[in-house]
Design a protein around this ligand. Structure first.
Ligand code: AMP
Length: 282
């Protein structure tokens, strides 16, 4: 596996690869890999001849009071894991190379970024779409794989790609969970043993909602109330519990196919998100 540190060298690699008639699959990440990341890499390998994983803790998607400074990192382990998955290139640029002092451009998707995580993390999605747009230009992928764990991010990126007429296939990968149902996340290392137990309320809430919709349509306000009560049984702070359309992210009145139950909570100092489409197999 090649490790590339600068956008210029990355684009040179992409140009050579494309000139050789090969396709490129990209997995954008912030590193500290877990099984979820590795599954995305496997999916990219299935879809394209050459696989690039970007590893960049993107400062502009973090708010002033968020965890940029303490975001978990382990570059050596990440290299080993990516290499073990048969990744061709790990693109790990320095912050200065991605955002030189004179950089003045932001790529902003409106509307879809107003609610859910966008409401509590102002500027977050503009940071995400700006870095993903830059990665797409630098790496020139045919396809890019994103996890449905961040399903708002996936919807926003699909919108950006459609709006900017980008010829890149965006692939959504199902949420990868621990054996007990906790969605894998680099941030799970922040959780104490008791917080980790409390965090399981997210998966219990999904199980409850899945059982409730099996017998027929359920009004959102009824089931969302039940979900909130279930979450409140643990020592967690609810940021939002919503039912939205999976593409438009507009609130839905009834639990039905195409709607997503989306949740964000705080367990101690750690912010966790989870979601489920309730009807489909994962
Ligand atoms: P991150 O490094 O946390 O920015 O995540 C990089 C990519 O991995 C994003 O597309 C995430 O949605 C995806 N991802 C993270 N955790 C999971 C998970 N548990 N299941 C599926 N995809 C995930």
């Amino acid at each position: 596996m090649e490790i590339i540190r600068t956008p210029v060298e990355m684009t040179a690699w992409a140009n050579r690869t494309l000139a050789g008639g090969q396709t490129i699959g990209l997995v954008p990440t912030m590193g500290f890999f877990h099984e979820g990341h590795l599954r995305l890499m496997r999916k990219a390998r299935e879809k394209a001849k050459r696989t690039v994983v970007s590893l960049f803790v993107n400062p502009i998607q973090f708010g002033a009071n968020e965890d940029l400074g303490r975001y978990p990192r382990d570059f050596v382990r990440d290299c080993q894991l990516a290499e073990g998955e048969g990744v061709d290139v790990l693109f790990a640029p320095e912050v200065q190379a991605m955002y030189p002092a004179e950089a003045s451009t932001r790529v902003v998707v409106s509307r879809l970024t107003d609610g859910l995580c966008g409401a509590s993390r102002p500027g977050h999605f503009a940071g995400v779409t700006t870095v993903v747009a830059k990665l797409f230009h630098i790496i020139k992928p045919h396809c890019a794989v994103f996890g449905r764990k961040d399903f708002q991010q996936l919807a926003v990126i699909e919108r950006m790609v459609a709006d900017l007429n980008w010829d890149i296939e965006i692939i959504g990968h199902p949420i990868v969970r621990e054996a007990d149902g906790l969605a894998m996340s680099s941030r799970n290392v922040y959780l104490s043993a008791s917080e980790r137990q409390a965090a399981l309320c997210l998966f219990r809430a999904i199980g409850h909602a899945r059982r409730r919709v099996r017998t027929g349509p359920v009004e959102a306000k009824v089931l969302l109330q039940e979900v909130e009560e279930l979450l409140q049984q643990e020592a967690v702070a609810i940021e939002y519990v919503s039912l939205v359309d999976q593409t438009t992210l507009q609130p839905q009145a009834v639990f039905r196919k195409g709607a997503v139950l989306a949740m964000a909570i705080r367990v101690g100092a750690t912010r966790l998100i989870d979601n489920d489409n309730l009807f489909e197999e994962n």
